[in-house]
Design a protein around this ligand. Structure first.
Ligand code: ATP
Ligand code: MG
Length: 723
């Protein structure tokens, strides 16, 4: 034993240090949020390198995102000094390590080393061709839906021959398996693979070529995995192949995770993987970390109390040594609607900023991506820098860009870029050839494409099918342009999306992200209400799109709860804690415990991202499916312990509310709360006074109707960083 510990070990608590120094044999670190699991992994790599136990190339480390991998690399370099490491470990996501492996052994998977990786769009186009080639109706059997089935199978590690009879029959009258097989053959011909193959091919290679597997057994002396609770079956198989060695050879694998933070069950993650670690790796050392270094006692108390409502869990203790007296409690705020919510959050952020806090230390974590729009708009108005993590900004989403393109052509008929974007979206049999003809005509006549298209549609230069389609497009735009003078612009926008077939395109799309896209389109229409005209709205969006995107800039982060895993911020805002949004309606509809428990774990992840300040919001009215609904505060709010929670009111300026006196008025919410009287009821009563009788409020009241279809949710919008 060394007399004194090297620098990088200083400050670790005894359990953390044990996890770092138990380099030999299997180790599982099972511990709650903020206890230093990721820090243990990083230090462990530094330790292995610094003590010369292995070369960097002999270490394999898996993180959940590329960002996490980059940060880990930087930290390691800091811990042991840049000059001390030759090369770097194999450190990245399952996918990025998968690519690296597959490039080395492409030929064993029937590929060349320069294989391409299909993105989702390519994948869907390819599947569509296959569906059509089978003589099937691709409206009845949408390619997107099948793409997701394939993803699901691949997450489970299943090849076409391994698919259960019932599963195979679920698509295209029993042709599922044939289609999957044809798809794999097609990929091989194209020298391509999809994301799932990045794991599946290596698994197959390891299984069929023991000598290759053995090569990696010799190579990787140490394997480390972060966020182990969210590995899916294929990832688990892949890891086991690499980690389980023949008898007599020890394996040095260290996995860290938290069963309470398993939030990707819907994407095939198996929390059981973590629970059976010591069966898979007999003799495993299981280490528990109980001291939380991230959050105040209030935040920790709130999070621990909430997660205790889940039944299916191992149960863990968490404590903190943080001095408690001046720490702020967890704040719960009420707002009338999402506009108020965004305004209040904006004000709160500005107040923190005035106190000298960095925007970089603040984050807004939403349950569904459509919630981002209101915040993005507000921040642009305020001139607050923000960045959206893990996905496109609201106005950069495909469906929003498409819809905006329609509006642009209506308001600005010379906008050829916009025209070209949507002339064949949804598909109208206007192909490349027709589009080149429109281009040529436009150039020859020196007119915009729309005008050229209208001319072409009246000539006999085109085949009947595209000609009829163009005629309809031209007539539509002419009608919409006329309507611009007479119809309120939000109404017109809705009409355009309906008459053009654009809304139907997504309604008929059975893929999992289609409901989210429809949600975003509704949100787009809603956001137009705040502007006088279509033109002023278009100007606003142009400004938003132009907002600074400099990574270096001090900026508030906006992201979904799913992409916030592993991160931490000084101040965290969690908006939209209402029944149906969070917990999400989809989870509630599933019935049973598991969906709701996964939502609660997501709430736990959200709460535990905060170090010091934590603000939760609920609004009493949300527009869903174009209808105003009175909402009910989330049951998760009820599950927070009173002693750690403060209901923000006039006295609490950090909510951004209540500088003016509240008149007591009757807020309409809370009355139908099926969970009984809520202690949040009074918040509503206090806050929703006449002071907030904005035009939005008045409109809301007038239009408020109970929507019948509340299944408006979707899990889309989480864009995963895959490679
Ligand atoms: P999560 O479950 O959210 O991923 P985690 O268990 O991975 O959390 P870390 O992110 O590693 O936790 O650590 C949380 C915070 O606590 C970090 O800021 C980290 O630097 C700090 N921390 C961890 N261990 C110690 C320690 N021994 N002394 C001081 N700070 C620590
Ligand atoms: Mg972590």
């Amino acid at each position: 034993r060394r007399a004194s510990a090297p620098n990088y070990l200083e400050g670790l608590n005894p359990e953390q240090r044990l996890a770092v120094e138990t380099t030999e044999g299997p180790v599982l670190v099972l511990a709650g949020a903020g206890t230093g699991k990721t820090r243990v992994l990083t230090t462990r790599i530094a330790h292995i390198l610094a003590t010369g136990l292995a070369y960097p190339s002999q270490i394999l480390a898996v993180t959940f995102t590329n960002k996490a991998a980059r940060e880990m690399k930087q930290r390691i370099a800091l811990l042991i000094g840049e000059g001390n490491v030759e090369g770097m470990p194999w450190l990245g996501t399952f996918h990025s390590i998968g690519v690296k492996l597959l490039r080395r052994h492409a030929e064993l998977a029937g590929l060349r080393t320069d294989f391409t990786i299909l993105d989702t769009d390519d994948q869907i186009r390819l599947i569509k061709q296959l569906i059509q080639a089978e003589g099937l109706d691709d409206k009845r059997w949408p390619a997107r839906q099948f793409a997701q089935m394939i993803d699901g199978w691949k997450n489970k590690g299943l090849a076409p021959s391994e698919i259960a009879e019932g599963d195979a029959r679920a698509f295209a009258n029993g042709k599922g398996r044939e289609l999957y097989r044809a798809y794999q053959e097609r990929l091989a011909t194209l020298n391509a693979c999809d994301f799932g193959d990045l794991l599946l091919h290596p698994i197959r290679i390891f299984r069929s070529k023991p000598d290759v597997l053995e090569e990696y057994h010799r190579k990787f002396k140490y394997i480390l995995v972060d966020e182990y609770q969210d590995t899916n079956t294929a990832q688990y198989m892949w890891l086991r192949l690499l980690a389980q060695r023949p008898r007599g050879q020890g394996v040095n694998i260290c996995c860290v995770g938290d069963d309470d933070q398993s939030i990707y069950g819907w994407r095939g993650a198996e929390v059981d993987n973590i629970l059976r670690f010591d069966k898979d790796f007999p003799g495993a050392t299981v280490i528990r970390l109980e001291r939380n270094y991230r959050s105040t006692a209030h935040i920790l108390g709130a999070a621990s109390h909430l997660i205790a409502h889940n039944e299916g869990r191992l149960g863990k203790t968490l404590f903190t040594d943080h001095p408690a007296p001046d720490d702020p409690k967890v704040n719960v705020h009420a707002a009338w609607d999402s506009e108020e919510e965004a305004r209040a959050v904006g004000e709160a952020i500005e107040q923190y900023q005035r106190k000298g806090e960095k925007l970089n230390d603040m984050a807004i974590l939403v349950r569904a991506s459509f919630q981002m729009r209101e915040f993005e708009d507000r921040f642009v108005t305020l001139g607050l820098n923000y960045r959206v993590i893990g996905g496109p900004r609201f106005y950069e989403r495909q469906e929003i860009r498409d819809a905006m393109a329609y509006f642009r052509v209506v308001a600005q008929p010379a906008d050829d870029l916009a025209f070209e974007r949507i002339v064949n979206v949804p598909k109208r049999k206007i192909g490349e050839a027709t589009i080149s003809q429109i281009h040529a005509t436009a150039r020859a006549l020196r007119v915009p494409m729309l005008e050229a298209a209208a001319k072409l549609a009246e000539s006999d230069e085109l085949k009947p099918v595209p000609r009829a389609a163009l005629r309809e497009v031209a007539a539509n735009f002419e009608r919409w342009q006329k309507a611009l003078e007479t119809t309120p612009h939000t109404e017109l926008a809705e009409t355009i999306l309906e008459e053009s077939g654009y809304t139907d395109m997504w309604k008929n799309d059975r893929s999992a992200d289609a409901p989210g896209r429809l949600e975003n389109l509704k949100e787009l229409i809603r956001s137009m209400e705040d502007y006088e005209s279509l033109r002023s709205f278009l100007e606003h969006v142009a400004l938003v799109m132009d907002a600074e995107k400099n990574e270096e800039l001090d900026a508030v982060s906006i992201m979904t709860l799913h992409s916030a895993k592993g991160l931490e911020f000084e101040t965290v805002y969690l908006p939209g804690w209402e029944e149906g949004l969070f917990p999400h309606q989809r989870a509630l509809d599933e019935g049973g415990r598991s969906g709701l428990e996964e939502e609660r774990r997501l709430a736990y992840v959200g709460l535990t991202r905060a170090k010091k300040n934590l603000h939760l919001w609920f609004v009493s009215n949300r527009r869903i499916h174009g209808l105003w609904q009175s909402t009910i505060p989330s049951r998760f709010l009820e599950e927070l312990p009173e002693q750690h929670v403060e209901i923000a009111d006039a006295g609490n300026s950090y909510g951004g509310y209540g500088q003016s006196g509240f008149a007591t008025g009757r807020g309409g919410y809370g009355r139908q709360n099926p969970y009984g009287a809520s202690r949040f009821d009074s918040v509503g009563e206090k806050s929703f006074s006449n002071n907030y009788a904005t035009p939005g409020w008045a409109r809301a009241k007038a239009n408020r109707t109970e929507a019948t279809d509340r299944n408006w949710g979707s899990r889309s919008g989480h864009n995963f960083e895959r490679i």
